[in-house]
Design a protein around this ligand. Structure first.
Ligand code: C2E
Ligand code: MG
Ligand code: MG
Length: 460
């Protein structure tokens, strides 16, 4: 078994996990910290400048961190753009931020990497880094738990921007309480599933050519008598860890079929409904047969059923994804990649896959009224690439009218987001979009005007 990471030439996570226990059991004075570093928007580098540049950046991150390690410290590239460290601290207060914050800032300075094309230096001289720190309280804890705590710290809402390009989060009491809630959730899940406490909500997808709603995403909701409405972000990751998520996914998919059958029996035209699937399904060889069996039971043509896998799960398991998409296609289902652009991905890998639809991640729109010039450029390029590869492109998390108009102008196919509607109960969705004719004002006219303009330009 190889312990070297071919991209950075450093240690891989297999080595790290094997050595961690040994390091943590050494009797040296002081304490240890588990640290996770993640590059924000690494995908831009891969997409815009190519894989080779991306790899150079990853090597730079590794070698910069490595320079500041002592013999008792440990470093690896865990996967993608994520790095793990175990650091020894001389003080009992945990990691010395005054020492490490400037090091993390140095990691961000990619403008000076020798051999890195001036393109990168000009467009993106600095990386942004997210760092999560868990000052280890129990050195006998399994390494997976420590990693999980550092990850929780990295994603914590209390994480702070400590310098121009670095945000730091610590694992605190608050995070520990959150973990306790997770545990409470995990204990209730199985019963809730049996008792039918889960419900599918529908969020409309607006067709940017016609201005009508031609699709919906089914999103699970859990209403617990004691804990109240629990958002999927709180329980899906817990379910994933405990394995129940695959049952929930199948339940929501079954609900999509049931809803479509109900509408068709009442004489309404069907729309396409997508539902979300955990990456765990990629390893199930009978997955597509199971889907086909459910669709058949409700007599629904698979072309109305869209199967969403997240970018993260696809890139973590590219071989199984390839196998799966061929089977999905043969069975007639639509295959879409969710949250595209949120993590470690590349257009060259996407082109190897037979994807019908890409869903642009909501982060493109979430933190500003309007995407800035850099994001506009990326969005435009992604839509064009998607179309050249014969894919349909949907934008998610569209929050205002200006964004909607912009997407229409850059020829995005569909939009989904709060500007159109929040996810609705099935009854409310049916009332608004199925029973009644719905059109978004001005969209069809804008699309027709753009078509005509394009035609004129082509004829000139
Ligand atoms: P997702 O698949 O990317 O779903 C879109 C999420 O964005 C939904 O959150 C939706 O309510 C939210 N959203 C929609 N429009 C906007 C907007 O304009 N602005 C913002 N900020 N957010 C918007 P929700 O329902 O909380 O779901 C979160 C995630 O949970 C989903 O992300 C999906 O990854 C997961 N999930 C939901 N249902 C299921 C399921 O049945 N199975 C699995 N495996 N995962 C699910
Ligand atoms: Mg989704
Ligand atoms: Mg999404």
């Amino acid at each position: 078994m190889s312990f070297r990471d071919p991209v950075t030439g450093g240690w891989n996570s297999a080595y790290f996990d094997m050595e961690a226990g040994k390091k943590l059991s050494t009797r040296i004075p002081g304490t240890f910290s588990f640290v996770i570093c993640d590059i924000v928007g690494f995908t831009y580098i891969n997409d815009l400048f190519g894989f080779e540049m991306g790899n150079k950046v990853l090597s730079h991150v590794y070698s910069t961190l490595e320079k500041y390690l002592t013999d008792n410290d440990l470093l690896c590239r865990q996967n993608g753009d994520r790095f793990n460290l175990i650091l020894t601290n001389s003080s009992s207060d945990g990691l010395d931020i005054r020492q490490w914050a400037p090091i993390f800032e140095l990691v961000c300075d990619i403008g000076l990497i020798p051999g890195l094309e001036t393109m990168v230096a000009k467009h993106m001289p600095y990386l942004n880094l997210k760092v999560g720190i868990y000052n280890i309280t129990d050195t006998a804890e399994p390494i997976e738990i420590m990693r999980d705590k550092a990850l929780t710290a990295m994603k914590s809402e209390d994480a702070k921007q400590t310098s121009n390009h670095v945000s730091l989060g610590f694992y605190t009491d608050k995070e520990a309480k959150k973990k306790a809630r997770e545990f409470a959730i995990s204990r209730k899940m199985e019963k809730a599933l049996k008792n039918g406490e889960f419900e599918a909500y529908l969020q409309p997808k607006l067709n940017l050519k016609t201005g009508s709603v031609t699709g919906a995403e089914a999103l699970v909701r859990w209403n617990d008598a004691e804990l109240g409405i629990i958002p999927p972000a709180d329980f899906i990751p817990v379910m994933e860890r405990y394995g129940f998520v695959t049952d929930i996914d199948m339940y929501v998919f079954g609900e999509s079929c049931r809803i479509l059958r109900m509408w068709m029996d009442r004489g309404f035209n069907p729309i396409r409904i997508s539902s979300n699937f955990s990456g765990l399904h990629l390893r199930n060889r009978h997955f597509v047969e199971e889907l086909a069996h459910i669709a058949e039971r409700w007599k629904i043509d698979p072309c109305y059923l869209e199967i969403e896998f997240s970018e993260e799960s696809v890139f973590e398991d590219i071989e199984n994804t390839k196998r799966m998409e061929a089977k999905l296609r043969d069975a007639g289902f639509m295959f879409s990649m969710d949250d595209f652009g949120s993590g470690y991905s590349s257009m060259s890998l996407i082109s190897e896959l037979d994807i019908d639809i890409i869903k642009l991640d909501r982060a493109f729109f979430s933190d500003s009224f309007f995407p800035d010039a850099g994001r506009q450029f990326v969005l435009d390029a992604l839509i064009e690439l998607g179309h050249n590869l014969g894919m349909e492109v949907i934008a998610e998390g569209v929050e205002n009218e200006a964004q909607l108009q912009f997407l229409c102008k850059i020829r995005c196919d569909m939009a989904q987001g709060y500007s159109i509607s929040k996810p609705l109960s099935v009854d409310a969705f049916e009332e608004k979009y199925i029973r009644n004719e719905f059109t978004w004002p001005g969209i069809r006219e804008l699309a027709e005007y753009l078509d005509e303009k394009e035609e004129v330009q082509e004829n000139e």
